[in-house]
Design a protein. Structure first.
Length: 284
């Protein structure tokens, strides 16, 4: 039995090393010059070149800010819309409710790539003019603006959220809602004071999954955004790599900085994320 456990632990240890070593290698390489990278490929080289991070931050900081703004607003919109929709589907009956619900859920079977052209034309034909991050250039609707990123992210992200939230909210005891109504609470108060607090774990899971999807999206921002100052992080990193393709220290420093927001999110949201997945599994 002990020999079996030793083999299992050894395999797990090797798997952990293989999982984390690419990130460790990236951090080590981010502190090297090109000469150190050539002569000390696998090992730590001294002195450490911390100025690589200064170069990387100067090149990608605006992309990080853009991604944070787009991601936070998109996730907030998904949670807001999906909470209200799921509550209506779970706790109220109205003509055509099941037909409407299954029509929404059926959108999960449509590959996102099939909607690229229609979404692009939809954003282009909006009759707005302007010239900032929120509204596109005159005559181009929402193209080349962050609004053109946020609206489709909210529309696409709420489908799966409605599915699991409806199941979760539908499984809550009816006595809770009756007690709230006896106390004089209206539907919005019940939603904000009863449903949302009870749904925090599963809302956290939805938020994390949508944030990862929005943060890492490459194709849609590449199509919509043409102004460098408005690009999100995946597109900005591609351009940053084109500038520093042969200077590996600043390049790896840029990748390290780009991964820090998601690592921070992982450490702070890991517990509620796992709890939310468990809650969803039980309720479904």
């Amino acid at each position: 039995m002990r020999s079996t456990e030793l083999v299992i632990h050894s395999v797990l240890a090797v798997a952990i090393v293989l999982t984390f070593y690419p990130f460790i290698f990236m951090v080590i390489t981010s502190l090297k010059s090109n000469d150190q990278f050539s002569h000390h490929f696998w090992s730590v080289a001294l002195p450490a070149h911390w100025e690589n991070y200064g170069k990387a931050w100067g090149g990608i900081s605006m992309y990080i800010v853009n991604s944070v703004k787009v991601s936070v607003i998109s996730v907030a919109g998904v949670l807001l819309v999906s909470c209200m929709s799921a509550y209506a589907f779970a706790r109220h009956r109205f003509p055509g409710d099941n037909l409407l619900f299954y029509s929404i859920i059926s959108l999960m079977m449509v590959p996102g790539v099939l909607t690229l052209i229609s979404s692009f034309m939809w954003m282009k034909e909006f009759p707005f003019v302007g010239g900032n991050n929120w509204v596109g250039e005159g005559g181009s609707g929402f193209l080349n603006s962050h609004v053109a990123l946020i609206f489709p992210y909210i529309a696409g992200g709420q489908v799966f959220a409605i599915l699991i939230l409806r199941s979760f909210i539908g499984g809550l005891p009816e006595d809770i809602f009756e007690a709230a109504r006896l106390d004089g609470a209206n539907e919005m108060t019940i939603l904000m004071r009863v449903v949302v607090p009870l749904s925090k774990p599963i809302l956290s899971a939805i938020a994390v999954m949508n944030l990862l999807s929005v943060w890492n999206d490459y194709v849609w921002p590449l199509i919509i955004i043409s102004d460098d100052a408005k690009r999100t992080l995946p597109i900005g990193l591609a351009f940053f790599q084109g500038v520093h393709g042969t200077t590996y220290g600043p390049l790896m420093a840029g990748y390290t900085l780009a991964s820090l927001p998601l690592l921070t999110l992982f450490f702070f949201a890991m517990r509620p994320f796992v709890s939310g997945l468990t809650s969803g599994a039980i309720k479904v």
